[in-house]
Ligand binder design. Structure first.
Ligand code: ATP
Length: 755
């Protein structure tokens, strides 16, 4: 061995060599002092197994699945710095520069953020306040019954076997025979009395009937379907675990919320609820689904993923299927996925559909084939909450570029907290985050360009009041129940009445007051008319003083370079992250070549691509956008607004096109008694029969007048024009005879009818 070492070789261990074993630790730990090392070791021991853990099936209400809990399952990406940190940095720098210019003391600069907001607010308060006018409904001019573009043509509606549009106002949960554990859950949630939709729906749902329910936003539809589900599950056979209930919702955040309500309501029962939504940890969901929980709350995409890839998870035993936001779940965006889910679900199920904008159209509900459904429409699908005050800000044609300034004015002066601003595009929502952030407003954003962790975090912060203004796309328009939202602002008019109803429905919930403020340009007046037509409470017009708009327009213009700087930094970071991800992916592939398990999907790649292409809002938008970029290097405020309006327009155009499409063969109502509707088969009549039986005015006239000059010519008859009153023509023979004279006069028509 010694010789080998002398020659410079590294020797292997011999049997009698004494060994110095190094602890299994990282180099950084080696450098740490001994005491600390021991502490760390102890800590890791505690983490690996919780000593106080005991196996129990008791539900701990404290650990209810909520946004915090969901966040644990959302993968976080390492960000070099958050957007808010970047904004804060620029603001600090600007402040410093300003102070230097003003030749002020540098000491006050360091902690000035909060002070500055207050400064801005107080100076703004001194500015002229907005003026509010009540919007008068225009009286319909007589004889002007022309249908607007939005008014629907005759539609084929679902035949309901029963319709319920009233409810027992005095009904209590006890009257509905709700079991004790659920009553306990209700009282823990402080729900003393059922809301109208709950009073009307729960008894029907408990009977196992299919139903289609419509009630205004914030009226308690979640409990209306969750309570009867849980009540029915209390009596399930308990020997084997089976997934019996599936609740489908359109967005992940809504799924988390419905799951939270389900857990709260079932906290004193042994019903198991599980979440299967995109963006949250797949493996944890797989493990939970393997235990066949009683209720699965899911978004369609992730559910199909589990159906394809999670062993043992099936929908064959589904006894209750609920579609929350049913009109959305059954629209074209989810069409293929819903078809697949329904195909895999048990046929003998109870189906319940809920939405504030519920549709009754056969073509919309065809996919779910309801059985003798009950219609429970507590409100119309165009209704908004009565406690909602709706305001509109008019934008003149040449002032479209002022929308950003108006929003800034609204959130900085008037609606400073608990305010959601809906924006059509993700890009504009992000820009507004930077703009308003630089103006000192405490903002957050929520849209599909964020990671799931960021989405949940934004929502959580807004719920907890850590963010004052949430900038959201339509992702947050449906279903989200955020306590205390005072105001909803629409940057542009939503692209349909449905979208409007859902967006403004984020406030004025559960009987509380709320306000919506919608910016309406000339192009959007048609939609405004629709809103006005369906409004049940007076609408208001808000006029923002031009000096206020001007002030914020100038402020934003001054910030434009800072906005660009932040956008560039973000772009750079994004590119770096993308490269990093690619490297990691490649490394992973090299290290674990066998590990790359490809997940199955129910469509082929080609079908999926085709579906996505069909759902895109048209080539038109892309080419128009490209041209816009080519033509102008500097994107103006007007361009940005036009882009927002264009997206709305494209959506509206697509909807209109869909409406105009000839109705497809009815797929709905395998269970509807069609015999009543079946028309008698039409027996094809000969021209002769037609002539004899027709009682139309033209036919009678023709009968009286006999054949035309042209017909006579064709029949080779006299070329003379028939003389009025003379019974000439093909029926001439029949008309002649002793009664000929009697054929004329008032009875003439009757005679011909009899014939
Ligand atoms: N019986 C009840 N008593 C008091 N509050 C209730 C009751 N039922 C539900 N709520 C409250 O009403 C609010 C709205 O409920 P929920 O989110 O179910 O409304 P929704 O009708 O589904 O609204 P959306 O159409 O926007 O989805 C919630 O905050 C909920 O806690």
């Amino acid at each position: 061995m010694a010789e080998l070492r002398k020659l410079g070789f590294i020797a292997t261990i011999e049997e009698n060599d004494s060994l110095h074993l190094a602890p299994e630790s990282s180099s950084s730990e080696d450098e740490a002092p001994a005491g600390e090392k021991v502490k760390k070791k102890k800590k890791s021991k505690i983490n690996s197994f919780n000593q106080s853990f005991s196996f129990t099936d008791q539900f701990d209400p404290q650990s209810a699945f909520n946004f915090d809990h969901a966040l644990k399952f959302a993968k976080r990406k390492r960000e070099p710095s958050t957007l808010d940190e970047k904004i804060a940095k620029v603001r600090k720098r600007n402040k410093k520069e300003k102070s230097a210019d003003d030749d002020e003391d540098q000491v006050n600069v360091e902690n000035s953020d909060d002070e500055e907001i207050e400064e801005e607010e107080s100076s703004d308060e001194e500015m002229t306040a907005d003026s509010i006018r009540t919007k008068e409904k225009k009286k319909k001019k007589k004889g002007k019954n022309k249908k607007t573009d939005f008014e629907e043509e005759e539609k084929e509606l679902v035949e309901f076997s029963e319709t319920i549009d009233n409810y027992d106002e005095k009904a209590t949960f006890q009257d509905m025979n709700v079991s004790r554990p659920i009553m306990k859950g209700l009282s823990r949630m402080n729900f003393a009395k059922p809301t109208p939709i709950q009073a009307a729906t729960i008894p029907v749902a408990l009977l196992g009937r299919d139903l289609c329910a419509c009630a205004v936003t914030g009226s308690g539809k979640t409990v209306a379907f969750m309570l009867p589900i849980l009540e029915r599950l209390l009596y399930r056979p308990k020997n084997t675990a089976v997934t019996r209930v599936l609740v489908l919702v359109p967005t992940r955040e809504l799924a988390v919320q419905v799951h939270t309500v389900a857990r709260q309501l079932s906290q004193f029962t042994n019903v198991e609820c599980c979440l299967a939504v995109g963006g949250l940890d797949l493996k944890a969901q797989e493990a939970a689904l393997r235990l066949s929980p009683d209720v699965v709350i899911a978004t369609p995409g992730r559910l199909i993923d589990h159906l394809q890839n999670s062993p043992n998870f099936t929908l064959r035993n589904i006894e209750i299927l609920v579609l929350d936001e049913a009109d959305r779940m059954l629209d074209e965006y989810f069409a293929e996925q819903m078809k697949e889910i329904i195909r895999q679900s048990s046929q003998t199920r109870q189906t319940m559909l809920f939405s504030a904008t519920m549709t009754e159209e056969v073509k919309d509900l065809a996919a779910v084939s309801l059985k003798n459904p009950v219609k429970i429409f507590i409100n119309q699908s165009t209704d908004t909450a009565l406690s909602l005050r709706q305001e509109f800000v008019r934008i003149r044609a040449n002032r479209e570029g002022e929308r950003e300034a108006i929003i800034a004015g609204l959130v900085a002066r008037t609606f400073r907290d608990h305010c959601i601003v809906f924006i059509q595009t993700k890009k504009q929502a992000h820009r507004m985050h930077i703009v308003l952030g630089l103006l000192g407003v405490n903002v957050g954003e929520l849209h599909g360009n964020l990671s799931q962790a960021q989405r949940l975090e934004s929502l959580k912060m807004f719920k907890e009041g850590l963010i004052d203004v949430l900038l959201a796309t339509d992702l947050a328009a449906r279903g989200l129940d955020i306590e205390g939202v005072k105001t909803v602002i629409n940057f542009t008019m939503p692209n349909s009445l449905k979208h409007y109803v859902h967006r403004v429905g984020r406030t004025a919930r559960a009987g509380k007051k709320g306000r919506s403020v919608t910016l309406v340009g000339e192009q959007e007046r048609k939609m405004l008319k629709e809103v006005v037509k369906h409004a049940k409470t007076p609408l208001k017009t808000r006029v923002i003083p031009q000096e206020v708009i001007g002030k914020y327009r100038d402020k934003i213009a001054k910030l434009e370079l800072d906005v660009k700087e932040i956008e560039w930094t973000e772009q750079e970071e994004k590119e770096m992250r993308a490269t990093e991800n690619q490297i990691n992916k490649a490394n992973n592939l090299l290290e674990n070549p066998g590990d790359q398990h490809k997940r199955d999907w129910f469509q082929t790649h080609k079908q999926r691509m085709q579906e996505q292409a069909d759902l895109r809002l048209g080539e038109f938008s892309l080419s128009k956008k490209r041209n816009m970029k080519k033509e102008k290097k500097v994107v103006t405020a007007e361009d940005r607004v036009n882009n927002e309006l264009l997206k709305s327009e494209l959506y509206a155009a697509r909807m209109a096109k869909k409406e105009r499409k000839p109705k497809k063969m009815r797929a709905f109502g395998e269970h509807i008694d069609k015999s009543k509707k079946k028309k008698k088969p039409k027996i094809k009549k000969s021209a002769f029969d037609d002539e004899l039986t027709s009682t139309s005015r033209t036919a009678l006239k023709k009968f009286r007048a006999g054949p035309s000059y042209q017909e006579r010519k064709e029949l080779g008859m006299a070329a003379k024009k028939p003389i009025r009153g003379k019974q000439s023509g093909p029926n001439r023979g029949k008309q002649s005879g002793p009664n000929r004279g009697k054929q004329s006069g008032p009875d003439r028509g009757k005679q011909s009818k009899r014939r």
